[in-house]
Design a protein around this ligand. Sequence first.
Ligand SMILES: [Zn+2]
Length: 362
Amino acid sequence: MLLKIDFRSGDAFRGPGSSLLGAHPFAPAGSRDTGCSRRSRPVTPINFKSYHFFIKTLSTAPLIFCLCPSLFYVIILNKIHLSATNANGAKNMIQYKNGQITVFESQLYKTTSTVIQTEDCIIVVDPCILPFEVDEIREYVMRIRGSRQIYLILTHSDWDHIVGAGAFPEATVIASANFQKKNPEEMIEQVKAFDDEYYIDRKTPLIYPNVDMIVEKDGQPLKIGNTVLTFYEAKGHTDDGIFAIVEPLGIWIAGDYLSDIEFPFIYSGSKDYVETLEKTETILANHQINILIPGHGHAAFSKEEILKRKNESLLYIISLKKAIRSKKEHAHLIAQYPYQRSLIKCHEENVQFLMKEMEGES
Ligand SMILES: [Zn+2]
C-alpha cells in the first residue's frame, strides 16, 4: 500500500503518493536500470601500456600510411571521451558552471544543488536528490575542497532539499530558526516515504541536520574571510525559507522562489509569499547580483529576468485570489508553465489553500 503524505508542507505534495508515478524517471522504455547508466564515471585515463604496445605493433607495419589513420583514430576516440567529461570529472548533472559556481540539476523536478568555491570556503546548497546524484556532488566537493571549511546551506525543510544533508557530516549547517524548530522525525519520514515508494537505498544516512548557524533576521550577515554571506527570510512557500546572497560573487540562492518553470507553490501563506517576492527590488538594489539560482529550474543572469520572474509570480497570486473571490475560471493562469499534468495538482492545492486562507480573513 502506498503511504500517502499529506503534510501540506512544501514539496511533500509532490512526493510519495502523488501521481508522479506516471512520470517515473527511473523507468523509461520499461527499464528499471536506466538510472544506473547516468552514474558519474571518473575520467578514464589513456591506458599507456596498451597504447604503447599498439604503437609498437603498428610501427612494425611496412606501410606508413597504415600507421597514420590508426593513430589518428585512437587519438580522436580519446579526445571524444575526454570532452564528454569536464575538467573536474563531473558530468551529467551540471546545469551551469564557471570558475566559482557549479549548479547541479537533479533528474527529479529540475531541483538544483549549488556548489560555490571561494578562497575562504566551500558552500554547498541543498545537495539532492537521488543517491548517485548526491554521491556525484559529494565527490565533486571533496575533489575541489583542499583544506577549506564546508558550509551547508539548507534553503528550507522540504524533503527534496534536505535529502542529501547526511552526505556532508563535516559541514557547518546554515538554515533558518523555523527550520531548526521542525520535528526531525516528521521531516525524515517524508524522505523515507519517497525512498520506499521507489525502492531507493541510500548509503549516506538520512538525517535532519542540527543547525550550527541560525538565520534569525533579514539581512543577517556572515563573514568568512573575504566571502560575505547575507541572509533574508523567505516565507510563503514554507515558513522556514531563506535567501542567501554570496558576495563578492553576486550569487543569489533563491530556494523555492523565482523559478522559471514553477508558479508559486503556497504552503505557508500568500501574504508572506508576496512579502518575500517584494524583497526582490531591495536585494537587487543592495547587492550586485550576477546570477540567481532557484531551487527548481534554471539560473537567471540578468536583473530583467529576475524581475520578470518576480512579476509573474506576483501576478499569479493576485490573479488567483481575484478569480477565487469572483468564482471565475483560473486554469489559464498556469498555461505558460511546463509539466502541466503534474503542476495542475499543485495549482489545485493552491486554490484549496487560498480558499481556506480567504475564509479566515473574512
Ligand atoms: Zn523544492
